[in-house]
Design a protein around this ligand. Structure first.
Ligand code: DLL
Length: 434
């Protein structure tokens, strides 16, 4: 079993954790109230003062913070420190409009490296490892976030960044990479390109992969592990709250330990805003407890998951968060049924002869939304599959129908015809206006 990076906090007792969380919550509420006009306005409107936070349960009385509010105060409205105390700035990609800009103090960067050190250690990375970071370095938090945490652990970092996939494989093979850091879809793409180059990744020293930044399924994990010959773990984070390092899996591969001494997770009913009991699925809401540059109070992540009630055999006491099912805004309502892309992916990973590369085409059928799924066939299966095509499409349609409860038309498409990106995969194509 891997070492625990910071046993004092990762194995903290429940009582001590609650005491620490309360003390830190009182600090952050006061810090945000006094420094960020938007928080002062929100708290005043809700009739709450920082001194009213007397117990952890009072958190539920505080107003939520939403992405729209952060966008309204673009770029620096939610910064709690003047620029001469900010030493790093990152931002969301802004693909859906205004990006969210976040700032880190020197202390925040130190905490970030510490929390990433915890999650990479939990996945089994040590100072003996060579870690290839195939996340973008730039405004995205993935590259730099993992970088400093891995360096803190003492691993040798290969800042490969994204793109030039053949070069990535050559680095992996020639430099002896032992740890891969990327999105799960990029990991899969690396497998495909390695195949075309005649490189057997299973024979290389590669042994661990830390994947995150987008939803993926257990089936996808199995596929990556098998094709790379590694242990693949999931890790979660978001720019608004810090970036990677919020939560990460240990070698048990069963839930991501949430760094609760720095963040309080709550699960709410996204419609009513009510806090749900542990074990129930809903929207994850996060409060940062130690961030100075960009404190977030009850930030609505829009990610759907649940907190697991069980203890972990690894010895860490920090609560585990289940795999993120998807974002509330990724949820499609088709013929009255809630459908997540990750459910479709899980089915596809169970079908032999297709790649877990797919696109969901969103259409209008009368007034109702409808979807079709383009599914990519495996190269090796393609030539003799032509005659089996129809049969095959029907088989996948039947499996999707069993899982989703609705009929979805499936179109098989040529191998390598669905776009691979170094970043997050685009799974839903909206053709409702076409
Ligand atoms: O993706 C931070 C990150 C970088 C996490 C590297 C892990 C590794 P954003 O670009 O702001 O930040 O995107 C955050 O991505 O709200 C989720 O919807 C999704 N997401 C992140 N990690 C996971 C994961 C980074 N492990 C948004 N599983 C989040 C599912 C994830 N979804």
């Amino acid at each position: 079993m891997s070492k625990i990076w910071n046993p004092e906090y990762e194995q903290i007792s429940h009582a001590r954790l609650e005491e620490l969380q309360l003390q830190r919550l009182q600090w952050v509420v006061k810090w945000a109230y006094e420094r960020v006009p938007a928080y002062k306005q929100k708290f005043d409107a809700a009739g709450i003062k920082p001194k009213d936070v007397k117990k952890l349960g009072d958190l539920a009385r505080l107003p939520f913070t939403t992405k729209d509010e952060l966008k309204e105060d673009y770029p620096y409205g939610f910064f709690a420190l003047p620029m001469n105390k900010i030493v790093r700035i990152h931002s969301t990609s802004g693909t859906t409009g205004t990006p969210v800009v976040v700032g880190y103090s020197r202390g925040d960067l130190n905490t970030w490296a510490e929390l990433v050190a915890r999650i990479v250690t939990a996945a089994g990375v040590t100072e003996d490892d060579l870690a290839q970071i195939s996340f973008g370095y730039g405004m995205f938090t993935g590259g730099f976030g993992l970088h400093y945490g891995l360096e803190r652990v003492g691993a040798a970092v290969l800042p490969a960044s994204t793109g030039n996939t053949e070069r990535q494989i050559r680095i992996m093979r020639d430099f002896g990479t032992t740890t891969l850091i990327s999105t799960p879809t990029y990991a899969l793409h690396l497998c495909e390109v390695a195949d075309t180059m005649g490189v057997d990744l299973r024979k290389l020293p590669l042994r661990i992969g830390l994947f995150g930044s987008e939803p993926w399924s257990e089936g996808m994990r199995g596929e990556i592990q098998e094709r790379m010959g590694i242990l693949a773990t999931d890790n979660y984070g978001l720019t608004e709250v810090m970036g990677p390092g919020v939560a990460g899996e240990c070698e048990e591969q069963n839930g991501q330990h949430f760094n609760e001494d720095h963040f309080i997770p709550e699960i709410i009913n996204p419609e009513t805003g009510d806090v749900l009991p542990r074990g129930e699925t809903g929207e994850l809401v996060i409060t940062t407890l130690t961030k100075e540059g960009f404190p977030m109070i009850r930030y609505r992540t829009r990610d759907l998951t649940y907190l697991m009630p069980d203890e972990c055999p690894c010895g860490r006491t920090l609560v585990k968060m289940a795999r993120v099912l998807g974002r509330t805004d990724d949820m499609l309502i088709i013929k009255g049924v809630n459908v997540f892309p990750s459910q479709i992916e899980q089915v596809l990973t169970e079908v032999e002869g297709v790649e877990p590369q797919y696109q969901i085409i969103l259409k209008k059928k009368g007034v109702m939304n409808d979807i079709e799924v383009n599914v990519e066939m495996s190269e090796k299966f393609f030539p003799d599959a032509m005659r089996k095509l129809v049969e095959f499409e029907r088989a996948i349609e039947a499996r999707l129908q069993t899982v989703l409860g609705i009929y979805v038309k499936v179109n098989l498409v040529e191998p390598m015809s669905i776009e691979r990106t170094g970043g997050k995969a685009k799974r839903v194509i909206d053709r409702r206006d076409a």
